[in-house]
Structures are given as structure tokens and as C-alpha cells.
Write a protein that binds this ligand. Structure first.
Ligand code: SF4
Length: 361
């Protein structure tokens, strides 16, 4: 039994220039056949004690009002504490917001990415800077008060000043309680990759990250994970399940899940999915895999990995299993043991990947 469920909606109204996710352009015929299958998959898991439900994509709000109503109604069998949906500004209409609220959605993750009209155009998104804050007001007025915003840095032509000015505007809006920041990756199969577009230099990229943290913290946001910040205590419970290495159910072509020591992926083959012939790809996790992955995910969080939980899951003492790596990095002030958790210091967070190599060995 799992407490967390992710549902993947693979459709988007249009494709952003940097995107290589598991998604495709929406087509009404395809959508209605996809809905029939995904609803059955959701219903098959209706007895799961779901605490956090996350509908992501793609763009779930690219579904029409009627399609969204069908999807949300299928999820009415769950009573999650946190119920998140990803949304894009241009297709999150007021009637859809009301519908989300009616079905118990209490958290919206908005794909904003940039407030700069020129950059919004470069990444081929379809809202304008002025739409963003009126949409946030509308969501809030409809009674959904947990609003998260995704922002990207390192975009071509983006300067440090533009990035920080965007973050200041976002952070000074009190209706926003959560911000995720991501460094642009140029994916080979994205429009940027095909056009051989280059991102900003590594040096500027690093500056954008660290200065970005400074700005968000100065507005009362707490960095609780490498890329995630919250205030009013509104951290993402669903994503925390990933970082704490809990099991989670993945539903729909393109979704990932982890249950009973198996990590799985539903390949993004919509035709097979619709025909009911899609098979999930599975990786059986050994105890050693799971111990390492719990460290890898947990060190992303400010609170780190709980020694007690590690012991409960694996019946082993984390400090003994990874004795050498811990000793080495505590000595160099990259790791510390605090309040029953192994966690990174600020210096350690900056070099997490190289710390993890020692845990692999
Ligand atoms: S970035 Fe999001 S909205 Fe844009 S194409 Fe990719 S999944 Fe769709």
C-alpha cells in the first residue's frame, strides 16, 4: 500500500523550446481514448490510502473542462491531505479553477518560468508577464491558497539582473507560498537542442543559483531542498515522499513509480497504452541500491536522512554502513549529524554529486 500517487497527463497545447519531457501535442480524439484507459487504472488503485495525490505532465490543464471533470471525478475516491495539479497560465480558466476546488485540489503548481516577455517568447511559452499575477489572484480568490511557481534560470540571453528581478517580484507576492528553481538543461531532442542553442556560462549559472537563494531567503522563503523553497510551512508533501524514499504509485504512460522494492516506468507509448498492451519497465532494487538511493535522495533535503528511519527500513545503522564516506565528509565539513539526521552543510550541498560518489564506493 502506498500513500503517494502520481498521475501523468501527457498532453500539452504546444511544446516549449527547452522541453524533452514525456509529452505530446494534444489531440481531442487521442485524449478521449486515453481518458478511458487512465480512469480504469486509477479505479484499480481506489483502495490505496493516498495522502498525497499529484497530477502532473505534460499540462493537465490542457484538458478541456469536460475532460478534466472526468479525470478529477475518477480521483474522488481518494481523500488526500495534499492534492496538487500542475497548470499553465494560458489554459487555467476560472471555471477550471472552480472545478479543481470542487474536487478537493488544494495546491496548484504553476509553470511560470520567467516574467520577462522576451525570454517567455524565446522559450515559446504562451502567456505574458502581465497574465501571471492576475492568474495568481484568481486562483487565490477561488480558495486555493497553496500556490507554487516553477522558475528557470540559465536561459539564453538571460542576465543575472533579469533573473534576480524576476525572483524578487515572485517572492514579494504574498500569495505565492512555494518556489522551485531549475537550471536550464539543453536536451538533444528539444527545439533548443536541435538548434544548438547554448545556455549561459557555468559561472553565471552558479551565480544565478546562489544569488537566487539569497533573494528568496530575504523574502522569508526557507530552502528545504536543493531546488525548492517554501514559506508558511507549505513544503511539498508529495515531493518529500520521493526525497524520503517512500514508495509511490505512478499511473499513466510516461509515469514512474516505486513499490515493493521495484522501481518502474510506464514507457511513453500512447498507442500501446490506449490499446491496453503497454508493459511497465521494471528495475528490481537490491538492499544496497535502496540504501544508497535513500542517501542520494535524502541529502537533497535540508533536514537530511533520518538515522532512525534508515534503521527501521534496513535494520542497519547508517553510520556503520557508510562509515568511511561519513567520516571523510564530516571531517571536511561537508556533512554533519544533527537532530538524528545525516545532512549536508551549506558547503556540502554545493558539492553533493561528488559526496555521493564516496557513498557509492
Ligand atoms: S515544459 Fe511543460 S508545458 Fe512545456 S511542453 Fe514541456 S511539459 Fe508541456
Amino acid at each position: 500500500m502506498s500513500n503517494a500517487m502520481y498521475i501523468h497527463v501527457p498532453f500539452c497545447d504546444s511544446i516549449c523550446a527547452y522541453c524533452d519531457f514525456e509529452r505530446c501535442k494534444k489531440h481531442p480524439l487521442l485524449t478521449s481514448r486515453w481518458l478511458d484507459v487512465i480512469i480504469k487504472d486509477i479505479q484499480d488503485r481506489k483502495n490505496e490510502p493516498i495522502q498525497t495525490l499529484y497530477i502532473g505532465g505534460g499540462t493537465p490543464t490542457s484538458l478541456s473542462y469536460d475532460e478534466l471533470e472526468i479525470l478529477l471525478s475518477a480521483c474522488d475516491c481518494f481523500k488526500p491531505v495534499e492534492y496538487t495539479i500542475e497548470a499553465n497560465i494560458e489554459n487555467l480558466t476560472k471555471d477550471k479553477i472552480m472545478l479543481l476546488k470542487e474536487h478537493g485540489v488544494n495546491r496548484i503548481s504553476l509553470g511560470v518560468q520567467s516574467l520577462n516577455d522576451h525570454l517567455i517568447q524565446i522559450i515559446e511559452r504562451h502567456h505574458s508577464a502581465s497574465d501571471i499575477f492576475s492568474k495568481i489572484d484568481e486562483i487565490h480568490a477561488c480558495g486555493i491558497e497553496n500556490i507554487s511557481v516553477d522558475m528557470i534560470y540559465g536561459l539564453p540571453t538571460q542576465s543575472l539582473d533579469i533573473w534576480l528581478a524576476d525572483l524578487k517580484q515572485i517572492a514579494s507576492n504574498k500569495k505565492i507560498s512555494h518556489v522551485s528553481i531549475y537550471s536550464l538543461t539543453i536536451e538533444e531532442n528539444s527545439a533548443f537542442g536541435r538548434k544548438k542553442i547554448e545556455k549561459v556560462s557555468d559561472e553565471l549559472d552558479e551565480k544565478m543559483y546562489f544569488e537566487g537563494i539569497r533573494v528568496l531567503e530575504s523574502f522569508g522563503f526557507e530552502q528545504y531542498e536543493i531546488s525548492n523553497f517554501c514559506r508558511y510551512g507549505r513544503y511539498s508533501r508529495h515531493n518529500s515522499a520521493y526525497w524520503k524514499y517512500d514508495d509511490f504509485i505512478g499511473i499513466g504512460a510516461g509515469a514512474y513509480g516505486k513499490e515493493e522494492h521495484i522501481y518502474y516506468h510506464w514507457p511513453f507509448r500512447l498507442n500501446d497504452y490506449i490499446k491496453g498492451t503497454l508493459k511497465r519497465e521494471e528495475t528490481k532494487l537490491t538492499k544496497a541500491d535502496e540504501m544508497f538511493e535513500m542517501i542520494m535522495m535524502g541529502l537533497r533535503m535540508k533536514q537530511g536522512v533520518s538515522l532512525e528511519r534508515f534503521n527501521l527500513v534496513f535494520h542497519e545503522d547508517l553510520r556503520k554502513v557508510f562509515h568511511e564516506a561519513i567520516e571523510k565528509h564530516v571531517r571536511s565539513n561537508h556533512l554533519e549529524i544533527m537532530n538524528g539526521h545525516l545532512r549536508c552543510t551549506c558547503e556540502g550541498w554545493a558539492i553533493l554529486n561528488s559526496i555521493l560518489i564516496d557513498f557509492m564506493e
